[in-house]
Design a protein around this ligand. Structure first.
Ligand code: LLP
Length: 458
C-alpha cells in the first residue's frame, strides 16, 4: 500500500508529467482535463520531447560505447511499437533509422519522408509484392528470414541493375525473458534461420548477383532487463560471423531490440548507458577472442523509445465493490476503453499502473482493478493498483507507459472506435492520428447503405 496514491513515479511517466496547483495532471504543460475536453476519451497522449530525448539518449549511449571499441552503431526505431509519420520524423531528426516489418509500416515511413536507404525491412512472410516494393524504392537493408525469401529476392533483383543489401536473421537459441534468460539449443519459433542452417543461406546469397550479404541479425525477445542475454546471443552469432569471414566480407552485426522499460514502479530496467556499454563491450570481447575486427553494429529498440512517452486518459464510468473469496473486497473501476486500446494485459498478462488525472484523491488508497468496457472478463487495463478510495464516475484516470504496443495493437472489438493519438509539446497539442468515429465503423459494413425493402415488397 503506497503512502500516497497520487504520486507520479518518475520512471513510468514522461519527464514533463506533474500536477497543477489544484492536483490536475499536466503533460508537456497541458492539463489532462483540457486534453480530455478537447479530444474526448479514451485518448493516447504522446510526449514529443520524451520520444526525442529517449531516441537521443539511446543514440548517444551507443555512439559512445562504439567509439570506445573502434566501431560505429546505427540505431533503428522499431516502428511496430508505434508508427505514424510524426513519430518517424521525430526519430529521424534525432539521428535514428527506421525498422519496418510490413508494406503498411514501410508506406508510413516513406510517407514521412524517411530516406529509403535508412530503412530496414523485417518479416517472416514478406510477400513478393512487398519485396518488390522494397527493392524498387531502395530500402537500405532487407533482413531475410527464409530460403524461399532469398529466391524471391533473387528473382526480383535479376532484371534490375540495383544490388539489394541483405542481412540474415538467425535464431541464436537464446530466449530472453524479463529479468532472466534461458538458453535453449533448439528454439522452436517462426523467425529466422536456425544457426545450423544460416551458413548455407549466406552461401546462397553470395551466389546471387543482385544481393549483397552484409551481416547477421538476431532479436532475442522483448522487455529484456540486463545484458546477459545479449552477451550470450552475440557470442553465438560471432562464432558464425567469424566462420563467414573466410569466404567474404561480413561488415555488420545487428543484435535487435528488446530493451525493457518500467511499466510500474516495481520494474527496474538497466539504464541505457549501462546496457549500451555492456553489450558493445561483450561484442568487442567476442571479436578479440576470435581475432576478428569489430563489425559495424545496429540495434532496433521500439518500446524503449516510445513506451514511457505515452499516457492513456480514460474517463471513469462506474465503480463497484466486489467481494472476493477471502471476504475482502476489491474496487472495480470501469473506464471507457479497454482491451481495444490496450490489449497487452489480456495478451501477455502485462502490468500497468494508474493515477487519478483530473484531481488528487483524498480518501485512503484502496486496492482497485481498472477494467474496460468490453464484453469479456479478461478486459483488464490495470490488474491491481492502489487508487484513492474516493475515485468516482466522471474522474479522469491516466495509465502511463502506454506509448508502445498499445495503439499499434488496437482493435475495433465490440465495434469500439480506436482513439486518437495526440502529440504534446511545449504547451501545444496536435492530433497525429485522428480517432475513429462510429461512421468510420459503419463505412466498412457494405449492408449499411443497402436499399431498404420498400413497404409491401416480398
Ligand atoms: N526488432 C525485431 C526484429 C522485433 O521483432 C522487435 C519486436 C523489435 C526489434 C522491437 O522490440 P522492442 O525494443 O520494442 O521490445 N507486442 C509485444 C511486443 C512484441 C515485440 C515484437 N518484436 C508487447 O506488447 O510486449
Amino acid at each position: 500500500m503506497p503512502d500516497d496514491a497520487n504520486d507520479l513515479a518518475a520512471e513510468v511517466w514522461p519527464a514533463s508529467a506533474a500536477r497543477d496547483a489544484d492536483g490536475t495532471l499536466i503533460l508537456a504543460g497541458i492539463r489532462a482535463t483540457d486534453l480530455a475536453h478537447t479530444y474526448g476519451t479514451p485518448l493516447l497522449v504522446l510526449d514529443e520531447d520524451e520520444v526525442r530525448r529517449r531516441a537521443r539518449t539511446l543514440r548517444a549511449a551507443f555512439d559512445t560505447a562504439a567509439a570506445e571499441h573502434g566501431t560505429t552503431v546505427r540505431v533503428y526505431y522499431a516502428g511496430k511499437a508505434f508508427l505514424s509519420t510524426a513519430v518517424a520524423r521525430w526519430v529521424v531528426e534525432e539521428g535514428l533509422s527506421v525498422d519496418v516489418c510490413t508494406r503498411g509500416e514501410l508506406e508510413v515511413a516513406l510517407a514521412a519522408g524517411v530516406a529509403p536507404s535508412s530503412i530496414g525491412f523485417h518479416g517472416n512472410n514478406k510477400s513478393v509484392s512487398e519485396l518488390r516494393r522494397a527493392v524498387e524504392v531502395g530500402v537500405g537493408t532487407i533482413i531475410v528470414d527464409s530460403a524461399i525469401e532469398i529466391e524471391r529476392l533473387a528473382a526480383i533483383t535479376a532484371p534490375a541493375d540495383a544490388v539489394q543489401r541483405v542481412m540474415v536473421r538467425v535464431i541464436s537459441g537464446v530466449h530472453a525473458e524479463t529479468h532472466d534468460f534461458l538458453a535453449t539449443a533448439h528454439e522452436d519459433q517462426k523467425f529466422g534461420f536456425p544457426l545450423a542452417d544460416a551458413e548455407a543461406a549466406v552461401t546462397r546469397i553470395r551466389e546471387i548477383p543482385g544481393l549483397e550479404f552484409v551481416g547477421l541479425h538476431c532479436h532475442i525477445g522483448s522487455q529484456i532487463f540486463g545484458v546477459a542475454g545479449f552477451r550470450e546471443s552475440a557470442s553465438r552469432l560471432l562464432e558464425l560471423h567469424a566462420a563467414l569471414l573466410a569466404d567474404g566480407p561480413v561488415r555488420q552485426l545487428n543484435l535487435g531490440g528488446g530493451f525493457g522499460i518500467a511499466y510500474t514502479s516495481a520494474d527496474d530496467p538497466t539504464p541505457i548507458a549501462e546496457l549500451a556499454a555492456g553489450i558493445v563491450a561483450a561484442v568487442a570481447e567476442g571479436c578479440a577472442a576470435r581475432g576478428i575486427p569489430v563489425p559495424a553494429l545496429s540495434f532496433e529498440p521500439g518500446r524503449a523509445i516510445v513506451g514511457t512517452a505515452g499516457v492513456t486518459l480514460y474517463e471513469v464510468g462506474t465503480t463497484k465493490d466486489v467481494t472476493v473469496e477471502s471476504g475482502a473486497s476489491r474496487l472495480y473501476v470501469s473506464v471507457d476503453g479497454g482491451m481495444s486500446d490496450n490489449a497487452r494485459p489480456a495478451l501477455y498478462g502485462a502490468q500497468f499502473s494508474a493515477r487519478l488525472a483530473s484531481r488528487t484523491g483524498v480518501d485512503a488508497p484502496r486496492l482497485s482493478r481498472v477494467v474496460g468496457k468490453h464484453c469479456e472478463s479478461g478486459d483488464i487495463v490495470v490488474d491491481h493498483e492502489y487508487l484513492p478510495g474516493d475515485v468516482a464516475p466522471g474522474d479522469l484516470l491516466a495509465v502511463p507507459a502506454t506509448g508502445a504496443y498499445c495503439a499499434s495493437l488496437a482493435s475495433n472489438y465490440n465495434h469500439v472506435p480506436r482513439p486518437p493519438v495526440i502529440a504534446v509539446h511545449g504547451g501545444k497539442a496536435t492530433v497525429i492520428v485522428r480517432g475513429e468515429s462510429i461512421d468510420d465503423l459503419l463505412a466498412r459494413d457494405t449492408g449499411v447503405h443497402a436499399e431498404e425493402p420498400s413497404e409491401g415488397a416480398q
